[in-house]
Design a protein around this ligand. Structure first.
Ligand code: PEP
Ligand code: MG
Length: 308
């Protein structure tokens, strides 16, 4: 019993009846890996690569990129690392991409869309990731931000394969992509739902706007319904569907996400312990029931109350 209690605190994520849900950490560099380790993260579910590119007049060189990726891959030896390709634009403008002057940057050339104008930036980054992987033998999965269509997912998966990388995925941050999740899963190996942007684009509410917090509430039934579309597509395809936005860090919401079909939760390391404990207190059937109640609720407060 003591061992069981300890594993609820530090072991792999699972419901009380043993349904596994990977608990992963969001990191921006190797500096964040110790806190992921302290939280007993099972891997990295979102390695944001923007840090290396920010505040630079020039793109970082291939060697600089290889070194930065290798640091994280080495520190996470033997565990999964989901690395996201550059998410530039909108709230993360980069000088070397000359993106000034877009009238509406959140709806402009951001995330994977940058590759329309600068395919070389993506190709170099994928080559650097492949090189760092080959030097470390890490379990590296690669995903693209801000994907909207099957054509974009197909192009990205081909670029990942061309670089010699084994696992390609896309983030679900745009309602169009969520609605077509089943299509996307025909061409990629996994999906990762970015609830911060998926909320922003579903509710047409700037994610930085505190006055619109009620619209950006991750318990909004419309958001949960879109997550459910992705989860169902994942179950049907037998492929992983994760959540890596802030929603994954809410212990009350975690069982609901699992009930919607989400197979991994990635969050800032300090949230992992409470989420692990919350999942251990529910069966898989509880999770499915709570998910149904949340989606059927008339509003976010009603959805939250159905789980309390
Ligand atoms: C998200 O949009 O939920 C996400 C995880 O990506 P970021 O917060 O970096 O945009
Ligand atoms: Mg995002």
């Amino acid at each position: 019993q003591v061992a069981a209690a300890a594993s609820t605190l530090t072991g792999p994520g699972q419901t009380s009846d043993g349904y596994g849900v990977k608990l992963l950490a969001n990191v921006g560099s190797a500096k964040n890996v110790p806190s992921a380790d302290e939280a007993h993260a099972e891997g990295i579910g979102l390695f944001r690569t923007e840090l290396l590119f920010l505040d630079r007049a020039q793109e970082p060189t291939m060697d600089e990129q290889v070194a930065a990726y290798r640091d994280v891959f080495t520190a996470m030896a033997g565990r999964r690392v989901v690395i996201r390709t550059l998410d530039a634009g909108a709230d993360k403008p980069l000088p070397f991409l000359n993106q000034d002057g877009e009238p509406n940057p959140a709806l402009g050339v951001r995330g994977l869309r940058v590759a329309r104008q600068r395919p070389d930036v993506l190709t170099t980054q994928l080559a650097a990731i492949a090189e760092a992987r080959s030097q470390t033998g890490a379990d590296v999965w690669v995903m693209a931000p801000m994907v909207s269509t099957l054509a974009e997912a197909t192009g990205f998966a081909a670029a990942v394969r061309d670089a010699g990388l084994p696992k390609a995925g896309v983030m679900i941050e745009v309602p169009a992509a969520a609605l077509r999740a089943a299509d996307l899963l025909r061409v990629v190996d996994f999906l990762s739902i970015g609830t911060n942007d998926l909320s922003q684009y579903t509710f047409a509410a700037d994610r930085m706007c505190g006055d619109l917090a009620d619209l950006l509430d991750p318990w909004q039934p419309a958001l949960l319904q879109l997550i459910g579309v992705c989860g169902e597509a994942g179950r049907a395809a037998g492929k992983p569907v994760g959540v890596c936005g802030e929603a994954a860090a809410d212990p009350l919401l975690a069982p609901v996400l699992v009930g919607l079909g989400v197979t991994s939760l990635s969050m800032s390391p300090r949230a992992i312990g409470p989420v692990r404990a919350a999942l251990a207190a529910r069966t898989e059937a509880d999770c499915r029931r709570l998910a149904e109640l949340a989606v059927a609720a008339p509003d976010a407060d009603g959805a939250r109350r159905a789980s309390s």
